[in-house]
Design a protein around this ligand. Structure first.
Ligand SMILES: Cc1ncc(COP(=O)(O)O)c(C=O)c1O
Length: 405
């Protein structure tokens, strides 16, 4: 028997492995994967970008680069983040291999085994798997349609014996809940954290994917709010806009945090792929991102509208949800006496998969929700998928009536 370390004990890592295999199952109608659409990738633009590179830059693609990132990409990122109102001049950018690596680096930088990390409930399962891997004690706070529950956060803070190292939140087009924090809730959250010494880890993977230009202002990052006495680390990703195959993310933080993070990254993978950084930089520097985002927003809006329409048409009346304003997800609320794992067992028999609610609960228990992702779904399969899902829900509802007195 080999002696594994504690790091292998993440329950949520097992959930993700299963999820990724189901998300790409060939004959399945999959509402499961939180991935961009295969048919929308900018294949031609990237072909053109690579072909037009000089011989020297092509050679650089194959080479190692600085740990903090390819300098021209850092420059382009500064412009891009500056447009979001972020304080790029007072902070430093570290390019990472996906934003999940940034989350992992930040966890290694601050968390010893047994330290407390605060999360939302539900929470992005990838982050949960990182926090578990590093032996953190996770304390979660519920969210509603406007964001994290402030009263519960306050009472949780009052009840804890140890100061949590950080609070991890995904305020814009939440994964899995689909919601966006109201401006008011963002401000209240910063007020609660002010002076506590708890770092705010603001994960912003989806903010470019709003459906309505007039609501873009809602995506304003908390790191741009000039909050007093709150340390905020902001993370972002190219995964949901250019493609997760780039494995390209970044973090924006104060100098001290950046320098230690850079050392951790050096030990992890030395640097992020120059190939991908160079291609992404050209995409930004040649002003190809904004027109491409316009195209993506309309495509995802169309898919969201179709899913919304067919859910309204077919799903049993006691299932409810918030219509998302951007991002990839619809988060269904089930009646309390049934659970999404039972529905999953029924729907997969007929070839439809989604992600169960408990996957996003740090304790893997709360199962009264399910996540439907509309992003990587062929438009013509949406209605069929919803009909099969509805049948599975009806079957489970029916069975619960038989069992209940
Ligand atoms: C909220 C959130 N943060 C971060 C990530 C990770 O993205 P990346 O591919 O950049 O590691 C995801 C991907 O699903 C996500 O949903």
């Amino acid at each position: 028997m080999v002696a594994f370390s504690n790091a292998v004990n993440s329950r949520h890592s097992e959930d993700i492995k299963l999820l990724m295999s189901q998300a790409s199952g060939k004959r399945l109608i999959s509402f499961a994967g939180g991935m961009p659409n295969n048919d929308l990738f900018p294949v031609k633009q990237i072909d053109d970008i690579y072909n037009a590179l000089s011989e020297d830059i092509k050679k650089l693609c194959f080479q190692y680069g600085p740990t903090s990132g390819y300098p021209p990409l850092i420059h382009s990122l500064k412009n891009y983040l500056n447009h979001k109102g972020l304080p790029v001049n007072e902070n430093h950018i570290l390019v990472t291999t996906g934003s999940l690596q940034a989350i992992s680096i930040i966890t290694q930088e601050f968390v010893n085994e047994g330290d407390i990390i605060l999360t939302e409930n539900p929470c992005f399962v990838g982050a949960l798997s990182v926090f578990e891997t590093f032996g953190a004690t996770i304390e979660s706070i519920p969210i509603d349609h406007e964001g994290i529950h402030i009263k519960t956060l306050k009472s949780k803070l009052a009840s804890l014996k140890k100061t949590p190292k950080f609070l991890y939140v995904t305020p814009n087009y939440h994964n899995p809940a689909g919601i966006i924090y109201s401006q008011k809730r963002k401000t209240e959250l910063l007020e609660v954290l002010s002076g506590t010494g708890i770092i705010l880890l603001e994960d912003d993977a989806y903010s470019d994917l709003y459906f309505n230009e007039s609501e873009k202002y809602l995506t304003k990052p908390m790191k741009s709010f000039e909050a007093k006495d709150v340390e905020i680390i902001y993370t972002g990703s190219f995964s949901k806009i250019l493609g997760p195959g780039f494995r390209l993310g970044y973090m924006l933080s104060s100098k001290d945090i950046f320098e230690k993070a850079e050392s951790i990254k050096q030990a992890l993978d030395a640097c992020t792929s120059n190939f991908m950084q160079i291609l992404a930089n050209e995409f930004l520097a040649q002003h190809k991102l904004e027109p491409y985002l316009k195209f993506l927003r309309s495509e995802y809006l169309e898919r969201k509208n179709l899913l919304q329409k067919y859910l309204k048409k077919h799903i049993p009346a006691d299932i409810t949800w918030e219509e998302p304003k951007g991002g990839f997800y619809i988060w269904l609320q089930l009646p309390e006496h049934i659970n999404s794992t039972d529905i999953f067992k029924e729907s997969i028999k007929k070839g439809v998969v989604f992600v169960t609610g408990k996957t996003f609960d740090p304790k893997s228990k709360k199962d009264d929700r399910l996540r439907l992702s509309f992003s990587n779904m062929p438009k013509e399969s949406i209605e069929k998928g919803v009909i099969i899902l509805s049948e599975a829900i009806k079957k489970v509802l029916q069975a619960s009536k038989i069992v209940r007195p």
